[in-house]
Write a protein that binds this ligand. Sequence first.
Ligand SMILES: NC(=O)c1ccc[n+]([C@@H]2O[C@H](COP(=O)([O-])OP(=O)(O)OC[C@H]3O[C@@H](n4cnc5c(N)ncnc54)[C@H](O)[C@@H]3O)[C@@H](O)[C@H]2O)c1
Ligand SMILES: [Zn+2]
Length: 368
Amino acid sequence: MAVIPVAIAGAPYDVVIEEGALARAGALCRPFVRKDSVAVITDENVAAAWRETVTASFAAQGIASQWLVLPAGEATKSWDSLVRVVDWLLGLEIERKDNVVALGGGVIGDLTGFAASMVKRGCGFIQMPTTLLAQVDSSVGGKTAINTAMGKNLVGAFHQPSLVLADPLSLDTLPLRDVRAGYAEVVKYGLIDDPEFFFWCEANAARLLAGEAEAREHAIARSVAAKARIVAADEKETTGVRALLNLGHTFGHALEAQTGFSDRLLHGEGVALGMILAARYSARIGLMSGQDAERVAAHIAAVGLPASLKALDMNCDGQTLKNHMLHDKKMDAGTLPFLLMRGLGQTFLAKDVDLADVAAFLDEELAR
Ligand SMILES: NC(=O)c1ccc[n+]([C@@H]2O[C@H](COP(=O)([O-])OP(=O)(O)OC[C@H]3O[C@@H](n4cnc5c(N)ncnc54)[C@H](O)[C@@H]3O)[C@@H](O)[C@H]2O)c1
Ligand SMILES: [Zn+2]
């Protein structure tokens, strides 16, 4: 078991990483639940796997649980679902000091957190992330959002949870493809500023993906500690520190956009390939060695994540991908901040990247 404090000024909280945390959710949440009932928002897949466990653990503490079960999938991060969640919570007479529970992946966490940010001008919420991506990334740091017709995550709020309970056992029911996609964000923390952790990943990824308890808990705890450190230093992404978390994401989002944000390429898969591209581009302009860049590519390929742009069959050129980047929400007064590497674990924010050169580089990668 690991408890990682997230030291956000004015809104500190703990992330508890524990095998069996969902079975002990009632006891772990007891100090955060003031009444004899609690509202839980989840999706159909998570409910099928974990509703009984969570219901029983609350019941053992004398807490009844009320459930709102939404359809699974990215489409649930919508205006319609937001209205549904908010109205449902208001119907339960949730008060500002109550904590509602988000049980699920990043979709449920982002949606529930956003709803909580507006109910009674902001009520509490507890994150119970059930995907690896949500455990190491989206449940920590307080970014919440929905998607609109104009794009992903364009409407949202910063709203920190009161508690995060991450149960590695929940990954036992998660499809391996989703586990791998979440693993891309784990590798990301090593590449940002923790080379030792990247080396650990190279040596232990297979154990982690096979579900070995010790490897899983170590990877989650180290990732959460990294995210906690970064968001505590720059909660609202104003100083550039939090931007480091976008390593691989500018390239990745362009690939996701070109594949229509569909099951063809999951977010973490786009990030995995995006990190390879960031590493290779860094090597191309002489920032890091080609050997280190290929070491990143080799690890991504070894765990079974997509590692070749050509293999994705994008049916587009570098210019098209570059144009997707120009619509990135991180655009800043006409320039696009890029995360590049000076070496393994030496990521920095580069502001003077030549986009025409990036397009030419992508043409080469598309043919490689
Ligand atoms: N707020 C942030 O800082 C932040 C960071 C990264 C990503 N995100 C957001 O997170 C979302 C992606 O999150 P995700 O990858 O967790 O997707 P998700 O929530 O859609 O979950 C992936 C799939 O796994 C299923 N599932 C979840 N837990 C399960 C379990 N334990 N057993 C079986 N099935 C399970 C879900 O029903 C879904 O089908 C995106 O919307 C992204 O924008 C937010
Ligand atoms: Zn991501």
